[in-house]
Design a binder for this molecule. Structure first.
Ligand code: GUE
Length: 294
């Protein structure tokens, strides 16, 4: 048996078309500003990809690049001016930040109504309270992908490997809100293979190449690979691999590829979140973070 391939791009396209249609109905073109500090090559490449995609669906995507040595105070001043600028609907500060900047201070500073990453504590709290919020892009993109391919979530056993603030934790909340029975496993979990073998829906988000091997997967399970690991390949070129070992395709019922799986969903969801934020700010939607802080 070979697992059904759950390709990201066709699902992302549906999400992007909906975002583009909603964007065209707004009184002004939605605008996303991506703040990048320093020149980490992976961040430069992701940020460029996000801004390009924004343009393709009728959003204004701007990159605000700051030098590595930018102080926390100067970064907070930039965020403050973006918060006050009515022409800016969404703000994303690319992570990780340089070590001298406290990530939490920065995430707290972003206006929750413009927080298209969903990392502000207000949005995190609303998510866990099962109330409308701007929701982190990778987890929300995974939920859209599952729906797109008709994979049931309600009542199933979901196991997430990884407890990050970007993926594991918010995805646990979304799956719980969608009536899955959720287990969050991590690097300290005892007997990981026996835990993962319980899963009808297994999400690998540990950042550990090849962590999930065939013996760890229930036959027929759906496996979502969130790993984006750059490993050295032949000829000095690096390539991307996920957290799921390729042999898992012989056991799983369905599997997302890397690249071309969850990554494109993340980018599409970011743009959908930007349109949602713009709708909130234009008072075209009544629910969401805007209600609370207005
Ligand atoms: N504030 C913040 N929000 C984020 O959402 C955020 C972040 N910081 N920092 C880094 C991670 C990583 N991330 C990715 C997004 C798209 C792909 C993506 O499109 N990947 C392509 C391949 C890209 C390639 O070839 O390099 C794919 O999987 O097919 C990957 C990774 C968002 N992140």
């Amino acid at each position: 048996m070979t697992a059904r391939v759950l390709a990201g791009p066709p699902a992302a396209e549906v999400l992007l078309q909906d975002a583009a249609a909603r964007a065209s109905r707004l009184p002004a073109q939605p605008s996303l500003v991506i703040v990048r500090v320093g020149d980490d090559p992976a961040s430069v490449s992701y940020v460029r990809g996000k801004a390009r995609k924004a343009g393709e669906v009728g959003l204004r995507g701007t990159v605000h690049a700051l030098p590595e040595a930018t102080s926390q105070a100067d970064l907070l001043a930039v965020i403050d001016s973006l918060n006050r600028d009515d022409d800016v609907n969404g703000i994303l500060v690319q992570l990780p930040l340089p070590a001298h900047i406290a990530e939490m201070a920065v995430l707290h500073a972003i206006d929750p109504r413009k927080d298209v990453d969903g990392f502000h504590p207000l949005n995190v709290g609303e998510l866990w309270a099962a109330r409308p919020a701007l929701t982190p892009c990778t987890p929300a993109g995974i939920m859209f992908l599952l729906k797109h391919y008709g994979i049931a979530v309600a009542g199933v056993r979901a196991v997430i490997v990884g407890r990050s603030h970007l993926v594991g934790r918010p995805l646990a909340a979304l799956l719980l809100n969608a009536d899955a029975t959720v287990t969050v496993a991590h690097s300290r979990t005892h007997g990981l293979p026996s835990v993962t073998r319980e899963a009808d829906l297994l999400i690998a988000a540990a950042g550990c190449p090849g962590l999930i091997t065939p013996e760890m997967v229930k036959p027929g399970a759906t496996v979502i690979d969130v790993g984006i690991n750059r490993v050295p390949g032949a000829g000095g070129r690096s390539h991307l691999v996920g957290d799921v070992h390729p042999d898992v395709s012989g056991v799983a019922g369905a599997l997302t590829p890397v690249p071309g799986g969850v990554g494109p969903m993340t980018v599409a969801q970011l743009l959908a979140n930007t349109v949602r934020a713009a709708e909130l700010q234009h008072h075209l939607r009544s629910e969401g973070a805007g209600e609370l802080v207005r």
